[in-house]
Design a binder for this molecule. Structure first.
Ligand code: ATP
Ligand code: MG
Length: 200
């Protein structure tokens, strides 16, 4: 095939592709806030959630974050985003593996969930990140029906990002976008230490 024939064939193929993409874009007309679930065992769920918050803040949108994490772990995104007006609620206090005190852990989870519920009812908030909330459902620290109800009844234009492994089926069922991050390999498995700025 000559170069000219090759170019013409490529152009026709691209034109056909463009028409298909344009048709799909034209079809997607609904405007509403979406629920995104980022689950799976691979690395990249929380970083993607914080990436979405950063993207929203970059456009001047209002964002809030609840971190359902144990202890008071350092977090690079938290420092950066708080300095840019993003309010955080960190479950932290009272939730440690060391104490193994289930009642304290449940109380901390419920307190963080109260804050999440308040934000899920506030239509002035454009994006809410519920980082690692999936574990609260796996451990049965939070009631799945209550979480699903609050997510489903949130303001129409509000976006929510849920992260964590093994997301409950009921949350995935009401989500608009679900991505499962698959671990193909992870540096930690080969003895590489978690690194500041990369892993937290
Ligand atoms: P990240 O915050 O880096 O996006 P993540 O949210 O997808 O990770 P988590 O399960 O919340 O994953 O992991 C918390 C910590 O464990 C992070 O420091 C992350 O780098 C690390 N990690 C994530 N996936 C794996 C894995 N498959 N093996 C070992 N460590 C992991
Ligand atoms: Mg995470």
């Amino acid at each position: 095939m000559t170069t000219e024939q090759d170019k013409a064939k490529h152009k026709a193929r691209m034109q056909e592709h463009k028409e298909k993409v344009d048709a799909r874009v034209a079809q997607a007309q609904e405007e509403k806030g979406i629920l995104i679930v980022l689950t799976g065992n691979g690395k990249g769920k929380s970083t993607s959630g914080f990436g979405t918050i950063t993207r929203a803040v970059g456009h001047g949108l209002k964002a809030k974050v609840v971190q359902f994490v144990k202890g008071t772990w350092p977090c690079g995104e938290r420092d950066l985003l708080q300095a840019n007006g993003v309010e955080f609620h960190v479950m932290g206090t009272g939730f440690t593996w060391e104490t193994q005190d289930k009642e304290t852990d449940i109380a901390a989870a419920k307190k963080a969930w109260e804050k999440a519920k308040e934000w899920l009812a506030d239509e002035s908030i454009n994006v809410v990140l519920l980082d690692e909330i999936t574990y609260m459902l796996s451990f049965k620290y939070l009631d799945v029906d209550e979480v699903v109800t609050a997510l489903a009844n949130r303001p129409k234009m509000q976006n929510v990002v849920v992260t964590g492994r093994a997301c409950h089926r009921a949350v995935m069922d009401i989500a608009d976008t679900v991505s499962e991050v698959k671990s193909v390999k992870h540096a930690f498995d080969n003895g590489v230490k978690a690194q500041v700025g990369i892993d937290w």
